[in-house]
Design a protein around this ligand. Structure first.
Ligand code: ADP
Ligand code: ZN
Length: 301
């Protein structure tokens, strides 16, 4: 019997991970390709998929990519990377490139939109129709599912750049975001922690004051997101969340900041599952690509 195969690309700033998997995400072939110039990187990805033809017919390709990008299939800019500091990538026509060689449907979205879709299918938000996923790593990004659909708005949300209240006496660090200074990413990303304290997050001990401050900024952001979207759950991933002491501190601060508002048992009785850790640690990117591929294929059936 021929297998149902899907292709996925997790497009990141340092590498593009390409893989072919069956409908259960069982990976049959995988390659890691360095992110250099778009022409070189994308050609290597296309070669990889050409070489996997013997595995069987691929139904669709999902690309979960760093942004900003244009994920709207009806837009003339669909499939392109938008203005980015990554040399050579501004304006790169990622989907157009693969369309030259392949005739299967191609889905293209942000890495975090892929991740939230994957969490809703296979991870910490399984079955939920209203879900937010945050990655807290080199950058901070979020993907949103509302009423069962990925939220795009005019392009895609950028909730890593929401503005947070900062007390300069308590935290004099002005923030590291080149656009906004003290936005969420500017205050709480991995590089922000390193700039503020002079040490990388993984070198700061668990009892260091860095973590109470970090938990406070994350809790402020989650309160804003809860008030804005009323998600059924918020899933957290990314390198910084490897600090296990953070999660309980975030929940405690969140409860204090929300202060009894938005009375739902989801929050009042089940806070531990309302703010949850990713269940796809390390795989949210690639699973996100497969989730996008499967969704694209189902939409054509
Ligand atoms: P990326 O965001 O680049 O995809 P990650 O999610 O792994 O990658 O995030 C990398 C960031 O997370 C870096 O800024 C790094 O310093 C930070 N980080 C990685 N591991 C830890 C850790 N154990 N504790 C705190 N911060 C960490
Ligand atoms: Zn910002």
């Amino acid at each position: 019997m021929s297998q149902t195969l899907f292709a996925g690309i997790e497009g990141g700033g340092t590498k593009f991970v390409c893989a072919v998997a069956d409908e259960n995400n069982h990976i049959l072939a995988e390659a890691r390709i360095p992110t250099t110039e778009p022409a070189e990187t994308l050609a290597a990805c296309a070669d990889f998929f050409q070489q996997q033809k013997a595995l069987g017919k691929i139904k669709s390709l999902g690309i979960a990519c760093f942004g900003p990008l244009d994920p709207r299939p009806t837009s003339p800019g669909f499939g392109h990377i938008l203005a980015t500091p990554k040399p050579g990538w501004t304006g790169a026509d990622v989907v157009g490139f693969f369309k030259q060689s392949f005739d299967f449907p191609i889905a293209f979205d942000t890495d975090v939109n892929g991740a939230v879709l994957a969490e809703s299918l296979w991870g910490a938000g399984k079955g939920l129709q209203n879900l937010v996923y945050f990655t807290i790593g080199t950058g901070i990004g979020a993907g949103v599912i509302a009423e069962g659909k990925l939220v795009h708005g005019f392009l895609h949300p950028e909730m890593g750049h929401i503005m947070l209240a900062r007390d300069p006496e308590h935290d004099p660090f002005p923030g590291s975001c080149p656009f906004h200074g003290a936005c969420f990413e500017g205050l709480a990303s991995g590089p922000a922690i390193e700039k503020r304290w002079g040490l990388k997050g993984d070198q700061l001990p668990p009892e260091h004051p860095a973590w109470a401050l970090e938990a406070h900024y994350i809790a402020l952001a989650l309160v804003s997101v809860t008030c804005a979207l009323a998600p059924e759950r918020i899933v957290l991933g990314g390198g910084v969340m490897a600090q296990e002491q953070l999660l309980p501190m975030i929940r405690a601060d969140f409860e204090k900041l929300l202060n009894g508002y938005m009375q739902t048992p989801l929050i009042t009785r089940q806070l531990d599952s309302y703010i949850a850790l990713t269940e796809l640690e390390g795989k949210a990117g690639l699973y996100g690509a497969f989730a996008l591929a499967q969704q694209a294929w189902e939409q054509t059936r």
